[in-house]
Design a binder for this molecule. Structure first.
Ligand SMILES: *Cc1c(COP(=O)(O)O)cnc(C)c1O
Length: 386
């Protein structure tokens, strides 16, 4: 089976992790801050806070922005459930705005209409999570302008988008948001096995997130409410968690980061080749925004079902039977039973639901060979025009 995504682990990666195993610190040593610096510097952010997953990063990002009971968090329905769950962890309520049928990202017009209605009803969101689906940045300029106008804060969920650019700047530079979150799960572009990071230019947000990642405990006398009792002393000044990243993960991340630009370039090469090879097939290829450079975590096609004598499910199953590990990103979050129990209904977000009826993620990973890509093509041709 050709997987839809797969990590690339080199001998240097292995050596870096083994060196940590032989060192004094398996956690809370020098690698985590070095990894934070490496990522923050690469993307052009002032601060990085490494944690054990992007889900944890989203949670502490929401808390740092003051999200709590009585507040609303909005996001897109076409994302992984974690982009919405972070709001629920904080006791806030969640809601969605529909996607743009061309980019599959949050649609600024749909968002604006919904904000106007929410304003009239007195329930504007406190936080918006903008997800850069497949690695293609959202229309952040428009979303940021709406944030200024309606008074909400912005988290970029860039789990798919590390190494990508928006209007010439790396995603994570923070020009149009408060906090950007990356995931280092093995299917993502850079991996630490499990892991995530929140980057920001705001030193207070960074300090708050660093505190929340480790029990709300500080050893910094400046943060303490009264002088330390002695050299053993630490103080819990907030309710935090154990969301720490290990030294092994950070060492792997530092090693992987050196290949980030190369990884994204390879993904672009594969995407351009897919674009050409798929041109004659009854599928819609991913539209790329001229102002942006996608991280290209995923390559999603949409089936032109009126031109194919098979259903979406039949096409999917036929590709899997031919050894192509296609996938579907994502089941609209509002259609999940957990969300339906909150009152969301089928029909709430028609563009997202239409996308779900047609989308298929083709294999896309940095070590994918052109022969593997040819095999994907042959299987698609076989399924769609046979
Ligand atoms: C993978 C992913 C997450 C969660 O990442 P973890 O590191 O697995 O917690 C969140 N949002 C999106 C869009 C993702 O793709």
């Amino acid at each position: 089976m050709i997987p839809y995504g797969r990590q690339d682990i080199t001998q240097e990666d292995i050596d870096a992790v083994v060196a940590v195993l032989r060192s004094d610190f398996l956690t809370q040593g020098p690698c985590v801050p070095a990894f934070e610096t490496a990522v923050a510097r690469h993307v052009g952010a002032a601060h990085g806070v490494a944690v054990n997953s992007a889900t944890s990063a989203l949670h502490i990002a929401c808390l740092a922005l003051g999200l709590g009971p009585g507040d609303w968090l909005w996001t897109t329905p076409i994302t992984f459930v974690a982009s919405a769950n972070c709001g629920l962890y904080c006791g806030a309520q969640i809601d969605f705005a529909d996607i743009d049928p061309r980019t599959y990202n949050l649609c600024p017009q749909a968002l604006e209409e919904k904000l106007l209605a929410a304003q009239a009803a007195g329930r504007l969101p406190k936080v918006l999570v903008a997800v850069h689906l497949c690695g293609q940045p959202c229309d952040m300029e428009a979303i940021h302008a709406l944030g200024q106008r309606f008074g909400f804060r912005i988290i970029e969920d860039a789990s798919h988008a590390i190494g990508g650019k928006y209007k010439g700047e790396f995603i994570g530079s923070g020009r149009y948001s408060d906090i950007t979150v990356f995931s280092f799960h093995p299917v993502k572009i850079v991996t630490t096995a499990e892991g995530g990071m929140a980057v920001t230019n705001d030193p207070q947000l960074a300090e708050k997130m660093a505190l929340l990642r480790s029990h709300g405990i500080t050893r910094d006398p400046q943060q303490m409410t009264h002088p330390a009792d002695g050299p053993w002393y630490y103080q819990q000044i907030d309710l935090g968690f154990n969301y720490r990243m290990t030294e092994l993960q950070a060492a792997l991340g530092i090693s992987q980061m050196q290949r980030l630009d190369q990884y994204v370039a390879r993904r672009h090469k594969l995407a351009i080749r897919y674009d050409n090879l798929l041109a004659a097939l009854p599928v819609t290829r991913p539209w790329q925004h001229p102002d942006s450079y996608s991280g290209l975590h995923l390559y999603v096609i949409r089936l032109q079902l009126d031109q194919i004598g098979k259903s979406h499910l039949e096409v999917f199953e036929s590709l899997r039977q031919q050894g192509i590990g296609v996938n579907l990103h994502y089941i609209p979050v509002h259609l999940q039973p957990y969300c339906q129990a909150m009152g969301f209904k089928r029909g709430d977000y028609p563009e997202a639901e239409r996308y779900y009826e047609e989308a298929i993620s083709l294999p896309m990973f940095q070590t994918m060979g052109l022969d593997q890509q040819d095999a994907v093509l042959a299987a698609l041709r076989n399924t769609l025009i046979a």
